[in-house]
Design a protein around this ligand. Structure first.
Ligand code: FAD
Length: 478
């Protein structure tokens, strides 16, 4: 082939199906050069964390394999993305670049700079909608502003109607005469080695497009119908676990949406509830786009007056699952081992950090950023601020989750706590969520000595609650 190739710059869209940038490149008829750039330059605090890097390695390997099945391959480059893309254009003689848009503030700034530099240099650049069903600037209030409240935002999304039909996987990808040089994926050292803490991640997840579709199919077959009823139950697979696949774009939200439409027409239950969660994802991105300081600053400035406590020891106890509250500790262990935590448990552990320990939500968000396989700037920031009460349409601050009652309600048979805290497995249900209330003989029978095998609570619920509410008085008075 003598035609100039087209570069497709993959980012958080690591898939072949319903990938508008890829499909547009293929439809030019020119050779296609798929590229991924590992660009930590300028990422600041938001360089992907350890669990995300592990996932990224697997997902890139999977994408390369799928591309090879189509007669193509993934070219890997590292460094500042603008430089890497310009180098590739020069080396390959390409004069066209396509990508799907991202919505994080740093990515927007970087991508707009790259776009204008390349256009100035005579390169054709096109960006597409690939990661959201509704781009943040397309959903506007009656006053032509951004939404701050979820329900009307959701209604506005629904008024837009279903997103376009998803695009098929291209049949083949025309290869260039010569492939440009590529970094070795292993050389990027995205996976941990000493120590290799990723065993639990490998056991729980199959990153990549095939894994994403299998996960979705399994959810449709086994859990969708009961989702609205049981999604708050902490044990078992009560939710889709699609979050990391969605974050890395291994499955597109519009293909999920369209499949849900079909299932609904066939009589599936819970579709509305599940779709609402997908719209929470859209809402988080809408908020981040319109309020770019969301990951760093209280959305409600009055929360700047909250008397946060700097307690490294308590933070460490929370991170390592040693607070003495079984539900909190089980959640933090689930996170550490599997890179994931059930949504309701996320709410409980976040509330515990912020309200029981009076530690700033940023510390919690940072820990999640490093340990979650689904770490996502928009969803993480919006959710932490939601729990803190400092965010848009957030839970009121005075709603302080009681970890004992949450456990008794949503893990009534203790299956979740026993799975992640086997040390408590022989404790009767009655005491499982509050071991300090168990008589000595019961603890002894269960083989648990508090303070030796499992910690005593690091704070008293009632006292912590009173302190949190007193702190909130300062916020309220502003
Ligand atoms: C403190 C805290 C931090 C969080 N951090 C993240 C994060 O970094 N990344 C992340 O993807 N989610 C985050 N969430 C939201 C939510 O907990 C996860 O998306 C969900 O648990 C993922 O499991 P699932 O895929 O089985 O969800 P399902 O219940 O099956 O929902 C389907 C999809 O909807 C989206 N979704 C669901 N709930 C929310 C929500 N509250 N906000 C935004 N999108 C949502 C996700 O993409 C999810 O995959 C956080 C929640 C809390 C309380």
């Amino acid at each position: 082939m003598t035609e100039k190739p087209v570069l497709v710059w993959f980012r958080q869209d690591l898939r072949l199906a319903d990938n508008p940038a890829l499909t547009a490149a293929v439809s030019t008829g020119a050779p296609v050069i798929p590229v991924f750039v590992l660009d930590d330059s300028g990422a600041g605090d938001w360089r992907p964390g350890g669990a995300s890097r592990w996932w990224l390695h697997q997902s890139l390997a999977a994408l390369d394999e799928s591309l090879r099945g189509k007669g193509s391959r993934l070219v890997l480059r590292s460094g500042a993305a603008g430089q890497a893309v310009s180098d590739l254009l020069r080396e390959t003689g390409a004069d066209t670049v396509f990508w799907n848009r991202l919505y994080e503030p740093l990515a927007i700034r970087r991508d707009s700079d790259i776009k204008s530099d390349l256009r100035d240099a005579g390169v054709t650049v096109k960006s597409f909608t690939g990661n959201l069903a509704f781009e943040p600037w397309t959903i506007r209030t009656g006053n032509d502003g951004p939404y701050r409240v979820f329900s009307p935002f959701m209604k506005a999304c629904m008024r837009q109607g279903a997103p376009d039909q998803p695009l098929a996987v291209p049949e083949t990808l025309a290869a260039p005469n010569d492939w440009p040089a590529s970094d070795e994926l292993d050389g990027w050292k995205l996976e941990p080695t000493t120590p290799d803490w990723a065993g639990g991640l490998r056991e729980h997840w199959t990153p990549g497009e095939t894994g994403a579709h299998r996960r979705f199919e399994a959810f449709l077959d086994d859990s969708l119908d009961s989702y609205a009823k049981v999604r708050d139950r902490m044990a078992g697979e009560t939710t889709s676990r699609l979050s990391p696949h969605l974050h890395f774009g291994e499955i597109s939200v519009r293909s999920i949406w369209r499949t849900l439409d079909h299932r609904e027409a066939e009589g599936a239950r819970s579709v509305g509830k599940f779709r609402a969660e997908l719209i929470w994802r859209e809402f988080a991105h809408h908020l981040l786009f319109h309020y770019p300081t969301l990951p760093e600053k209280n959305w409600r400035e009055s929360f700047d007056a909250f008397p946060w406590v700097d307690d490294q020891e308590a933070l460490k106890a929370w991170q390592s699952g040693k607070t003495g509250y079984p539900l909190v500790d089980a959640g933090m262990r689930e996170l550490w081992v599997s890179g994931y935590m059930h949504n309701r448990v996320r709410m409980v552990v976040a509330s515990f950090l912020i309200k029981h320990l009076a530690i700033h939500w940023r510390h919690g968000a940072d820990w999640f950023w490093d340990t979650l396989v689904d770490a996502d700037l928009a969803n993480n920031a919006a959710s932490w601020q939601w729990v803190a009460g400092s965010g848009a349409d957030a839970a009121p601050f005075f709603r302080i989750f009681n970890p004992v009652r949450q456990g008794q309600q949503f893990d009534a048979d203790g299956a979740y706590v026993r799975r992640w805290l086997p040390v408590l497995q022989h404790l009767p249900d009655k005491y499982l969520h509050a071991p300090w209330t168990a008589p000595d003989a019961v603890l002894q029978d269960a083989g648990v000595k508090l303070g030796r095998d499992y910690p005593n609570p690091i704070v008293d619920h009632a006292a912590a609650r009173a302190r949190a509410l007193a702190g909130y008085d300062r916020v309220k008075s502003l």
